[in-house]
Design a protein around this ligand. Structure first.
Ligand SMILES: Cc1cc2nc3c(=O)[nH]c(=O)nc-3n(C[C@H](O)[C@H](O)[C@H](O)COP(=O)(O)OP(=O)(O)OC[C@H]3O[C@@H](n4cnc5c(N)ncnc54)[C@H](O)[C@@H]3O)c2cc1C
Length: 154
């Protein structure tokens, strides 16, 4: 197997054709990772949630990391890592067009709202459903691609 670096553009192209990633945020020295769906557009990952731990942590510390991959086999895969900044898209006039863009991008996927907007009962208490649109501004990106090495069948 050979691992090749992907260009910045090839890494962005991959984000544009995938939708599931793992979002890492941190509070102090404690990291927290959750799977999320997103839609990529113009250096941003757009996504949707309700208020919970990840939103509270990202409001306090907007520096995040997102990993997305496509694994066809142990030696044929793509993995992209984004370093970025959380930006909330509040329901106020200044953010209306970005919020509406997020909505338009996300609704290209059927049932797009379901994983982010779902009744959640934790420790016997139902969490209030407060919708939050947000985006991650991509500040750095790396992509690695694994391919089988020709003539090196294992
Ligand atoms: C394929 C997939 C796609 C998803 N897409 C989205 C999306 O687009 N938007 C979105 O908001 N959510 C999505 N989710 C759900 C997401 O992973 C979180 O579970 C959810 O957003 C709640 O996160 P929170 O930080 O608000 O957790 P809270 O509800 O505040 O959670 C409190 C505690 O519950 C535990 N917990 C939370 N989430 C998980 C989890 N996934 N697995 C195990 N333990 C957990 C943690 O220990 C956390 O400390 C998706 C999940 C999957 C599997």
């Amino acid at each position: 197997m050979l691992i090749q670096e992907m260009t910045w553009q090839a890494s962005l192209d991959f984000l544009a054709r995938t939708q599931l990633g793992r979002l890492a945020c941190a509070q102090g020295a404690q990291p927290y990772v959750v799977p999320i769906y997103f839609s990529y557009n113009n250096d941003h990952l757009y996504t949707f949630s309700t208020v919970g731990q990840k939103i509270e942590w990202m409001r306090a510390n907007p520096l995040v990391c997102v990993e997305a991959d496509e694994v066809l086999s142990s030696e044929l895969w793509i993995s992209v890592i984004v370093f970025g900044r959380f930006q909330e898209l509040p329901d106020v006039p200044e953010w209306r067009s970005e919020r509406s863009l997020a909505h338009d991008l996300l609704q290209r996927k059927a049932m797009w709202w379901e994983p982010g907007y779902v009744r959640t009962i934790l420790h016997g208490t139902e969490r209030p459903l407060v919708p939050v649109f947000y985006r991650i501004h991509v500040t750095e990106i790396t992509g690695h691609r694994a391919i089988p090495e020709p003539g090196n069948a294992v």
